[in-house]
Design a protein around this ligand. Structure first.
Ligand code: GAF
Length: 388
């Protein structure tokens, strides 16, 4: 986690010398359940020990926000009442979440904010959700007497992505960032929003992320296009079954999917097929974890990778290469993590194979792409909170 004093020193330097309150929110991993959240399915994320830390203080103005992005050394001031909002993409997260918190009845006025992060950008660990939850947590505390519920903060973060950043994401990332608990993964049913904490201590195994360093940038990416494909399939199934209520792919069966195969076309069919399979895999992983069967968990992770790569088509050459290296090293499970189009693989690896696997991945990846993948050992941490 980012050192509080580091953020504080910049906050003091760039504004009026006064201190504020400090908040932090984590990025996330996801064991399994990819692209299922906006399809009403299940996800299995956990918060990490890396995230965004922000110092924030009410500045007494009606609607002026003075914001400093410490890592980018970039200062942007903007007005909350300006309907266009700031241009800088990082500042739009602040503007967006402030507007969404206002919609929830929080009387947000002018404030100063400086923030920094140690969750790698574009690695698929959701630095953007970490920002949204961190800023939401701060605004709720500073202006809202902490009356906004955790779930409403999750939804405000998601709405920020939809309304101000152009990504029609689901709720997994903001959920994990707000609700995270050290040592626990969380199985969330994205339709009912029921969830449970799963203590995750895989005896004899560890989770490690390998970052391809191919920048994953969801805004403007085919992410929204994948979501459209899923919604299109649901629309066709609904038209065929007017007696039923089909809101997402969660409500659809394999038979119903097959019925519309010809009309929706092979591309949308394959995407929906992946989603139906992934929903079942999350539940199968839960059963396997309850039985301590990590080899089964790993097998399902490889299936997810295959589906994300071949059917959902959100992989890239570098991620497939990392997956192949994992297989060759007899790593228990490996797959693309997060939205795809770059970023990390998540790997469940036996302790005794770990060193050899990492060394081999570094060597082979470097030989092919001219740089090593970055390695992040997963530590499952706590969700959004005020630090001081
Ligand atoms: C991104 C999105 F933000 C999430 O909502 C989720 O859909 C994920 O991709 C894929 O599982 O992180």
């Amino acid at each position: 986690m980012i050192d509080i004093e580091f953020v504080r020193s910049r906050f003091i330097k760039h504004f009026d010398g006064k201190t504020g309150n400090v908040y932090t929110s984590p990025g996330r991993i996801n064991l399994i359940g990819e692209h299922t959240d906006y399809n009403g399915g299940f996800v299995f994320p956990g918060a990490v020990d890396k995230g965004i830390t922000a110092e924030m203080r009410i500045n007494g103005t009606e609607d002026t926000v003075m914001a400093y992005a410490i890592d980018l050394k970039d200062r942007v001031d903007f007005k909350l009442n300006d309907p266009a909002g700031p241009k800088a993409s990082w500042a739009r997260y602040i503007y967006g979440i402030a507007k969404e918190m206002q919609k929830l009845g929080v009387p947000v006025k002018g404030f100063n904010i400086a923030f920094a992060g140690d969750v790698p950008l574009g690695a698929g660990m959701s630095s953007s959700a970490a920002m949204e939850s961190c800023f939401a947590c701060g605004l709720n505390d500073l202006f809202g007497d902490n009356k906004v519920s955790q779930w409403d903060m999750v939804l405000a973060g998601q709405a920020t992505e939809h309304n101000y950043c152009g990504v029609k994401c689901g709720i997994m990332d903001q959920f994990a960032s707000v609700f995270g608990k050290a040592g626990c993964l969380m199985r969330l049913d994205c339709r009912s929003r029921e969830f449970e904490y799963f203590p995750f201590k895989p005896d004899g195994y560890r989770l490690v992320l390998l970052d391809s360093v191919v920048k994953h940038q969801l805004a403007g990416s085919p992410y929204n296009d994948r979501r459209n494909s899923c919604e299109n399939v649901v629309k066709h199934i609904q038209a065929k079954h007017p007696e039923g209520k089909f809101e997402t792919l969660r409500d659809c069966t394999w038979e119903q999917l097959d019925e519309v195969r010809a009309e929706v076309g092979e591309e949308d069919y394959k995407r929906a097929k992946f989603v139906l399979g992934e929903k079942d895999r999350v539940l199968a992983v839960c059963d396997a974890l309850n039985e301590g069967d990590y080899e089964k968990v790993g097998e399902l992770m490889y299936q997810t990778h295959e589906g994300l790569s071949k059917d959902y088509e959100v992989s890239c050459e570098e991620l497939d290469f990392l997956n192949d290296i994992a297989k060759a090293n007899e790593v228990t499970g490996s797959r693309i993590m997060g939205g795809g189009f770059g970023g990390c693989t998540i790997n469940l690896v036996r302790n005794d194979l770990y060193k050899k696997f990492i060394a081999d991945a570094k060597e082979k990846f470097n030989a092919k792409y001219g740089h090593e993948p970055k390695v992040y050992d997963v530590v499952i941490g706590d969700g959004s909170r005020r630090l001081c």
